[in-house]
Design a protein around this ligand. Structure first.
Ligand code: FAD
Length: 457
């Protein structure tokens, strides 16, 4: 096992210190809540605190009243997770604004028909953790055990595949240090032994079977479940035109956000604001991350109930050279199988718009090639849905989570920067909530460094 560097040791110790301190503060805060008669049910009007009468070993969190008004913009996985975490901590004055007319939001990039499920591929924890791995591990525990999320978690196993063994080993190599049990399957026959649903010859396919504990999570169900729990805990929601933020009013003299305005003209004020609008944040503040575009292909084909049956509980197989398929979704009297892939040598969005037919054809051919390899009987069926979408992730593939450098009451948490961040949903809210309440100082040194403000504007 590799020995830990000084930085890793420091960050591990920082983070465990932080965790211990956080729970200590939560304990104090809970007593505070009881003193104030606050309950998790926000129908009970929260009494305004007159002052802070707590112990002399004061931490900044002590100055965050449970009735602090917190406005969360955006109810994707990051916004909902934040609202849920704050509500569970007993915060009684949380409002979420969402431009979509329903939650899960239909306009959010990954939701709805285009993205019924998400891959879930955490690295197994064996003790030596970088930040991404630790977060994945924490998230996985919550997917497994948190009553809000556990129904959406499907640990059916995860296989990372390719059509070139050398490339596969190279790609999977960083994984292996966390997953000593990963098994190399270097022939199609070995893959089929573990995933017997394939009917095609899987020409040149090879794979690593990574872990039985991994698989997929149901995006819509998990968002819905978090939303319902938030409603139970008294979080308020404004949707549609009342929830679509079109303007953020700031005061440069005080360095604060003073209100936000919705499309309907409603003005909302709060003590603290959290911008969790995914890619939508660039419309609201001067913000530009250094982006790396990726071009995704999503397709749906119609299959029968009998055909769908054989996919039940199947291991997720993600072939980077071909594509990935998801558990079929029931649609009235039939099922739809989703097959997705990615075009790696894609043109810019501008070039695409000049000649969309050629790129669409290339994308369709790629999906058909994938189906021919894996499920030839589906390969020539018409697509009931086909879509190409550009997705942008930050050049360094890190989440951003910090206070805005100019506005001391605005937390900025854009996550669409990484492809893997949906799976962080159960845990990310606790970090955002921590920053809202205790500032970035409450994060570990490593978290602060990786999640810092890095807009190029
Ligand atoms: C094609 C695709 C595939 C992906 N695959 C995976 C995967 O396999 N595994 C994984 O873990 N992650 C995956 N991701 C990434 C993941 O889905 C995103 O990182 C995640 O959804 C981002 O969460 P978010 O809450 O920051 O933003 P979003 O999900 O974009 O949510 C933002 C919310 O803010 C709302 N909003 C925006 N502007 C405003 C406004 N002005 N006023 C009010 N509300 C507003 C939106 O309607 C939306 O509800 C994928 C993403 C895409 C697009």
């Amino acid at each position: 096992m590799p020995s830990r560097t000084e930085t890793e040791r420091e960050s591990a110790s920082n983070s465990s210190n932080n965790r211990e301190q956080e729970s200590q503060w939560e304990f104090n805060d809970n007593i505070q809540s009881n003193d104030n008669g606050a309950t998790n049910n926000n129908n009970t009007k929260h009494k305004k605190r007159k002052g802070n009468s707590r112990s002399r070993t004061a931490h900044p969190s002590m100055f965050t009243n449970r009735d602090t008004e917190i406005l969360i913009i955006g109810t994707g996985p990051f916004g909902l997770s934040t609202a849920l975490c704050l509500a569970r901590q007993g915060y009684t004055n949380i409002t979420c604004l969402e431009r979509s007319t329903e939650i899960p939001a239909t306009k959010a990039s990954p939701n709805g028909r285009d993205m019924p499920h998400h891959l879930f591929s955490t690295k197994e924890y064996i003790g030596e953790l970088d930040l991404a791995t630790r977060l994945s591990y924490e998230a996985k525990q919550l997917w497994k055990f948190d009553p809000v999320f556990k129904r959406s978690y499907h640990p059916v196993g995860f296989m990372y595949a390719a059509c070139d063994v050398a490339k596969l080993k190279r790609d999977v190599n960083p994984y292996l240090q966390y997953n000593a049990d990963a098994v190399l399957l270097d022939t199609p026959e070995k893959i089929k032994r573990i995933v017997p649903i394939f009917e095609g010859d899987l020409k040149d396919w090879c794979a690593y079977f990574l872990h039985k504990d991994e698989g997929w999570v149901d995006v819509l169900e998990s968002l819905r479940s978090a939303y319902l729990e938030c409603v139970n805990l008294g979080v308020k929601f404004q949707l549609g035109e009342k929830g679509e933020v079109v303007q953020i009013n700031t005061d440069s003299a005080t360095g604060k956000v003073i209100s936000v305005v919705s499309k309907s003209g409603d003005v909302y004020t709060a003590d603290k604001y959290a911008l969790c609008a995914g890619p939508g944040i660039a419309k609201l503040i001067k913000f530009q991350l250094q982006f790396k575009p990726r071009l995704f292909i999503d397709s749906l084909i119609r299959i029968s109930a009998e055909e769908a049956e054989r996919f039940r509980g199947h291991t997720v197989v993600d072939n980077v050279d071909r594509g990935v398929f998801y558990a079929p979704v029931e649609e009235n009297d039939h099922y739809e199988l989703k097959a997705s892939s990615e075009l790696y040598n894609f043109p810019s969005e501008e070039e695409y718009l000049k000649n969309p037919e050629a790129i669409d054809t290339e994308a369709k051919n790629k999906i058909r090639l994938f189906l021919r390899d894996a499920f030839p009987s589906f390969a020539d069926r018409p697509f009931v849905h086909f879509k190409l979408s550009y997705v942008y992730e930050s050049a360094d593939r890190n989440v951003m989570l910090c206070y805005h450098p100019q506005f001391s009451n605005l937390v900025v948490a854009p996550s669409d920067s990484i492809m893997e961040s949906f799976m962080l949903m159960p845990v990310i809210g606790s970090y955002i909530a921590k920053v809202i309440n205790h500032g970035v100082e409450s994060l570990s040194k490593e978290e602060r460094e990786l999640w810092k403000w890095r807009s190029i504007i």
